[in-house]
Design a protein around this ligand. Sequence first.
Ligand code: F6R
Length: 236
Amino acid sequence: MNFIKVNTYEELSARAAAIICGQVAMKPNCVLGLATGSSPVGAYKKIAEKNNTGEVDFSNVKSVNLDEYVGLNGDHEQSYRYFMNNNLFKHINIDINNTYVPNGCATDVEAECKAYDVLIEKLGGIDLQLLGIGYDGHIGFNEPDTYFEKATHKVTLDSSTIEANSRFFASRDDVPTQAITMGMGGIMSAKKVLLIANGKGKRDIVEKAFFGPITPSVPASILQLHPDLTVIYSEN
Ligand code: F6R
């Protein structure tokens, strides 16, 4: 594991953007695994800047996102499709048809989950997976459990996750209680993994996940077994 501690969110974002753009430069038709949430927003801004100055070209890149709320369609302002369009895809020269987010409004959610894993395989797997980490150690929406779930699946969100995400909704009651998430198999089979975390509040979980025992009660701890993991942490 390559654990990088930096001083500011700005620096974290710059480093993460450099790693992601480096991946695209090395393999212009790569598959990026992307995340939503507040952690990657700064990196996405920097990626857009680099793309706009011609430093990096996303025209042949494909992306697969980690997760989506069940019941929200892509037009809903809190859906992860909407987030990705507005925080990244609209600002770079990626072909929107090459960007994939699970369909939270699929009539058959089980079938959607299976199809998502088939899609990842068809794309040739993920070259670089970007992750944030939840206060309870979740990655994607893989919540603490007694085992690691391999495949893309539907989850019921923990109350701490609903609480944390309620800051984006009008009220806690508006936060969907279920989501579709890529499983640990999809995440762990990515060739490279980059996890970013910032803020004093994330310090304990970062310590547990990367310097504590590997256990499904701290889902991110499985990443210690990944052969090419970079973690960037900023306390501020
Ligand atoms: C989002 C995702 C989540 C977030 C995590 C941290 O696609 O998969 O696991 O990465 O909840 O969220 P933030 O960055 O908002 O603290």
